[in-house]
Design a protein around this ligand. Structure first.
Ligand code: F6R
Ligand code: ZN
Length: 187
């Protein structure tokens, strides 16, 4: 990763794109091993076409200490074993804060500090704030793609093992009147 000069980045809200664009990440069902409550349903979904669950496009600003990168995540609508499609979720190993701005669709921002859990509903225009030390996962709670902009310290890092080890406190299931939050039960 190399530093970039002062620049403007075009954020197309309707299209959910950044221009110029940096690296893009695509997460398929097979990339989400060990995260869904219903392991069999997850295996079946992997065998059954291994769908794209979410993608992350980045601005050219690199993930380097003291830089301020941005990215747009788009989570597809769907459920696996009744659990709403979601990001892997991570902790920033250096415990640094982050903001998300809802762009389109409806989502939830689940935060867990190892003891307490918080759930923030995200609609276009909502800024969700993650304080240092709160692991975070995003969930699509609607029936269209859910997109949000993330702005985070370049040196924050991503610890995915933390979530596999500690869980996220709650799980977001698809319920009769939308989202139903239930206690996290080991895989
Ligand atoms: C960066 C951040 C987001 C997520 C993205 C994908 O710190 O929180 O850009 O990285 O929403 O989620 P994960 O990284 O959990 O797969
Ligand atoms: Zn983060």
């Amino acid at each position: 990763a190399v530093p970039v000069p002062p620049m403007s980045i075009r954020f197309d809200q309707a299209a959910g794109t950044l221009s110029p664009e940096g690296p893009t990440l695509t997460r398929r069902m097979s990339d989400l091993e060990g995260l869904f409550r219903d392991h069999e349903a997850w295996e079946k979904a992997v065998a059954d076409g291994d769908p794209v669950v979410y993608s992350v496009i980045s601005s050219p600003v690199p993930e380097i200490d003291r830089e301020l990168p941005q990215s747009i995540t788009t989570i597809q609508p769907g459920t696996t074993g009744g659990e709403l499609w979601m990001t892997k979720g991570h902790q920033h190993p250096n415990h640094q804060g982050e903001i998300y701005l809802g762009i389109s669709g409806r989502g939830g921002l689940l935060m867990f500090d190892g003891t307490e859990t918080r759930w923030v509903e995200m609609t276009p225009g909502t800024i969700g704030y993650m304080p240092p030390g709160w692991a975070h996962r995003s969930v699509n709670i609607g029936d269209e793609p859910y997109s949000f902009l993330a702005v985070y310290p370049g040196g924050a890092g991503h610890d995915y093992g933390w979530v596999l080890e500690h869980g996220m406190g709650l799980r977001a299931l698809s319920g009769a009147d939308g989202v139903e939050l239930v206690d996290y039960v080991e895989g």
